[in-house]
Write a protein that binds this ligand. Structure first.
Ligand SMILES: [Zn+2]
Length: 272
């Protein structure tokens, strides 16, 4: 029943299925969604990050498509960047309803507003407080040079990091020093290569080994992999075995890795 069990200070993280979680109410649940998406919910507020509510994979989504849902009045959707595997305008309109907001980095705010959303823009390295959560926009490096941020989401003592599909960059150590330790870091691991002048030496997304190093520098108790498992897409070539490469590197480096499948929950509770 319990796939994993971790403890730091008073925080306990347990991997649960959705039905197990509803049978065991928790302070904060983090649900992995399809591809890079996650959902964080307490009893009043639902927070999505890079949530895909539309199956852009036409029934062939990596690890299966999980349609996200929201049951609270207050709803926020964070986006790391506007590539179509991270920003699903049609799907988010349905998820957020009339009263929800998109929270994003300032440079993409006008574009997102033009798609019909109420937007809360955030400057890099600054935070906003909504619905009992703090959201901080942190540096990222997009593999195609587009605007991208990572998100730190804080609720009470719980700190969750979401790395979109960033490349390796030099800010992980500073972020870890400033905000760590973190309860969980969701980091991309597919090390993808695309057609062009480059081979596979300089991928467009972090490799599994780089994600493990990033989790270490971020001082994350748990590394949870996202953004991997897409096969057969023309011109999009991931490393051969992202998940097992990450697990091997995590074991080498003493990093705790927890793989959540789309729909699975990490339940972050006070231990008392
Ligand atoms: Zn992506």
């Amino acid at each position: 029943m319990i796939a994993a069990w971790f403890k730091r200070f008073s925080i306990v993280a347990i991997v649960l299925t959705a039905s197990q979680a509803s049978a065991q109410p928790s302070k904060l649940d983090v649900q992995r969604l399809t591809w890079a998406g996650i959902k964080i919910a307490d009893e009043n507020t639902t927070v999505f990050v890079d949530a895909m509510a539309t199956d852009i994979w036409n029934g062939d989504a990596p690890e299966g498509f999980h349609k996200p849902e929201a049951n609270t009045e207050r709803r926020y959707a964070l986006v790391t960047h506007v590539h179509n595997d991270h920003f699903d305008a049609q799907g988010l309109r349905d998820l957020l309803g009339d009263r929800g907001y998109v929270i994003c980095h300032e440079p993409i705010a006008a574009y997102i507003a033009s798609r019909g959303f109420q937007v809360i823009p955030v400057a890099l390295n600054e935070s906003v407080n909504r619905g009992g959560f703090w959201f901080t926009a942190l540096p990222a490096s997009d593999g195609f040079g587009d605007a991208q941020v990572s998100w730190l989401i804080v609720s009470g003592d719980t700190k969750i990091f979401h790395g979109g599909d960033t490349l390796w960059h030099g800010s992980f150590e500073r972020i870890g020093a400033q905000y760590g330790p973190l309860d969980v870091a969701f980091l991309p691991i597919n090390g993808v290569s695309v057609p062009g002048p480059l081979g596979a030496y300089s991928p467009r997304v972090m490799t599994p080994q780089q994600a493990v190093d990033a989790a270490k520098l971020l001082r994350a108790d748990v590394l949870s992999p996202i953004h991997f498992g897409l096969t057969g897409a023309p011109g999009y070539v991931e490393v051969d075995a992202p998940l097992s490469d990450m697990n091997e590197a995590a074991t080498d480096q003493g990093v705790t890795a927890v793989h959540l499948k789309p729909g699975q929950l990490l339940s972050l509770n006070d231990a008392e």
